[in-house]
Ligand binder design. Structure first.
Ligand SMILES: Nc1ncnc2c1ncn2[C@@H]1O[C@H](COP(=O)(O)OP(=O)(O)OP(=O)(O)O)[C@@H](O)[C@H]1O
Length: 303
């Protein structure tokens, strides 16, 4: 379990993390989402004690991570897949880590196998693709068989088969009762990866809840309608504050009114409906809406 309490990190005049409080629980994969520059990497570094908080506290299973000798046995982390010595082989890299953490060599072979790098174990890391480096970083995180795992943008550079593999691995690690925190700036990456979400923007907490609860936050819900009386229905709905758009397939998309209200209005005005389907707001939409004000380097049209 990771406990973050009123955590703030300033770099000079820049506040990267601002009064952040949250708990990441074991047994589920938690997605850590936010636009670029939201403070995700800074938070992960603060959890690992690589940076010192300006204020607040962060503990891993009840203690600051820095207080733990042989850290890999407690927290495994992939922060930056490129942060490896390119001249070393994958096996040498992992062996050095294992040695520094009092872990046996057998574990190195096990994690190489786990991430599918056994055949590449003797090759220089410098020649690895980004996807292979991500796998190596995941192997390093798994080395100490830790109860808590942190992954910063682990899906970057992975091919579709790699993405599926990582999702399966994270789900298994969580099912084993571990705490698994996975950062991403892309909602669509988390949609099939995480069960819980923590969303931050400009260093502040925006949401911490299940994927389903987060999805329900989208306010731009729409209703799909089919009717032989499009013009009449459009007039009725517009008078009630809704908006009706005709789609290429002949259906209509209604915004601004809930499905039951659309149905009641059609009934009152004796208009025939062939379909009345509320559309769940997509996760992506909820994410864009909630983080629109915190996009640091956005294109402008997201606001
Ligand atoms: N060492 C540093 N010195 C100064 N500013 C920093 C430092 N590290 C991070 N920042 C700033 O703090 C903010 C948060 O950065 P951080 O890398 O934590 O965000 P992020 O959510 O991980 O973003 P990304 O998705 O782009 O990796 C950014 O504005 C960044 O420029």
């Amino acid at each position: 379990m990771i406990d973050i309490h009123e955590l703030t990190k300033r770099y000079g005049a820049k506040t990267a993390v601002n009064g952040l409080s949250l708990t990441v629980r074991p047994g589920r994969v938690t997605g850590f989402l936010g636009p670029n520059g939201a403070g995700k990497s800074t938070t992960l570094r603060l959890i690992l004690g690589l940076h010192t908080p300006s204020a607040g506290t962060v503990t891993v299973d009840g203690r600051p991570f820095r207080d733990r000798p042989r850290g890999l046995r407690h927290v495994g982390a992939l922060l930056d897949a490129h942060d490896v010595h390119g001249g070393r082989s994958a096996r040498a890299h992992l062996s050095a880590l294992a040695h520094g953490n009092g872990l046996g060599g057998r574990r190195v072979a096990q994690v190489l196998e786990e991430v599918g790098l056994t055949d590449a174990a003797r090759r220089r890391i410098g020649g690895f693709s980004l996807g292979m480096k991500q796998r190596l970083g995941i192997a390093a995180a798994l080395l100490g068989d830790p109860p808590v795992l942190l992954f910063d943008e682990p899906l970057n550079g992975l091919d579709p088969e790699g993405v599926l593999w990582v999702r399966g691995l994270f789900a298994r690690l969580a099912a084993e009762g571990r705490t698994v925190l996975v950062s991403s700036h892309l909602m669509r990456e988390m949609e099939h990866t995480a069960e819980e979400l923590v969303v931050i923007g400009r260093g502040e907490l925006i949401a911490a809840e299940s994927l389903a609860a987060f999805s329900a936050r989208g306010t731009r819900r729409t209703v799909t309608v089919r009717t032989p009386d499009t013009a009449a229905l459009a007039a009725v709905l517009t008078a009630e504050g809704g908006e009706l758009r005709t789609e290429a397939d002949g259906s209509c998309t209604v915004t601004g009114l809930a499905a039951d209200r659309v149905g009641a209005l059609a009934h009152r005005h004796r208009l025939m409906l062939h379909e009345l389907t509320p559309q769940a707001s997509s996760l992506e939409e909820a994410f864009m809406e909630l983080t629109a004000d915190s996009v640091e380097y956005g294109s402008g049209d997201r606001r």
